[in-house]
Design a protein around this ligand. Structure first.
Ligand SMILES: NC(=O)C1=CN([C@@H]2O[C@H](COP(=O)(O)OP(=O)(O)OC[C@H]3O[C@@H](n4cnc5c(N)ncnc54)[C@H](OP(=O)(O)O)[C@@H]3O)[C@@H](O)[C@H]2O)C=CC1
Ligand SMILES: N[C@@H](C=O)C(=O)O
Length: 259
């Protein structure tokens, strides 16, 4: 029986690439996002190429009750989710006092609430079966506070902390939880976060969504707790623990001011 992965945010970027990787290994898919056209296109491509089963669920995960609806649908269709990838997320660049309140709240609902509830719902079934893989997509932004992306960085710090803690709780029960912490990556993220002109994203060469997805998928299959693509991102994540906190804040602010 093919291994089924549910991937949120599969219509673009890292999530779309994760779907392609899983399909290439013969895995079935449940793809969740808001953009039906993109999901239908990806489904057709993957079914045609790999002869796998692909279900799509068009859902705004920032809306209350959406996680339960997804779980209820896969249960109704008797789709066993062997691998849950909570990838959907977005950022918002700017001073907190000036950002749009609704967008900030939606970010918390998506990046934290939906991720937490989907983990809660599917983890129970995985524990009952004594088997399963979960990947929660955090960020390198999780390792320190982020002036001018204060809420986003805080949501990713939650994802990292939550994933490591629950992963430890279930570590001998056949289920692993991996927190993927990418740095700036080529995807639709920068447009959604109003960072199209950010120097952070206009560097000569950013890793592609495909590269990040390949790294993350491999780490998830190996059951690694934290996966940080990129040598410099790993150095940064480790260094933060040794640098005085106010220095870290000043450094991040300097980077964001240049963004
Ligand atoms: N790119 C980067 O620099 C980095 C990204 N990340 C994280 O990686 C993850 C993937 O982002 P990335 O691929 O880069 O960006 P993209 O913008 O390309 O993809 C984001 C995905 O999330 C989905 N999504 C957004 N809002 C919602 C919503 N309300 N309900 C359901 N799905 C939603 C989008 O689909 P749709 O619009 O169809 O709903 C899309 O498929 C995010 O969690 C992001 O925080 C972490 C570090 C760096
Ligand atoms: N996309 C980046 C934010 O600026 C990140 O999440 O690291």
């Amino acid at each position: 029986m093919a291994y089924t992965a549910l991937i949120t945010g599969a219509s673009s970027g890292i999530g779309q690439e994760l779907a392609k990787i899983h399909a290439s290994k013969g895995g079935n898919l449940v793809l969740v996002a808001r953009n039906k056209i993109k999901l239908d296109k990806l489904k057709s491509e993957l079914v045609e190429k790999y002869r796998i089963s692909v279900s799509i669920m068009v859902m705004d995960l920032s809306v209350e009750g959406s996680a339960q609806k997804i779980y209820d649908q896969t249960t109704l269709e008797k789709i066993q989710i062997d691998c849950l990838i909570n990838n959907a997320g977005f950022g918002d660049f700017g001073f907190f006092s000036l950002t749009d309140t609704e967008k900030q709240v939606n970010m918390i609902n998506l990046n934290i609430i939906a991720l937490t509830l989907l983990t809660k719902l599917y983890l129970k079934d995985m524990l009952d079966r004594k088997g399963g893989r979960i990947m929660n997509v955090a960020s390198i932004a999780a390792f320190q506070p982020g002036p001018k992306m204060a809420v986003y960085s805080a949501t990713k710090a939650y994802v990292l902390s939550f994933s490591q803690a629950v992963g430890n709780e279930v570590r001998h029960q056949g289920v692993t939880i991996t927190a993927l912490c990418p740095g700036a990556t080529e995807s639709g993220f920068q447009e959604a976060a109003s960072m199209q002109h950010s120097k952070m994203f206009n560097k000569a060469k950013l890793p592609s969504s495909k590269e990040v997805a390949e790294y993350g998928y491999d780490a998830m299959i190996k059951g690694r707790s934290v996966a940080i693509p990129g040598f410099l991102n790993n150095i940064m994540a480790d260094a933060v623990g040794f640098i005085p906190r106010n220095w870290v804040l000043k450094l991040v602010r300097k980077i964001q001011d240049a963004a």
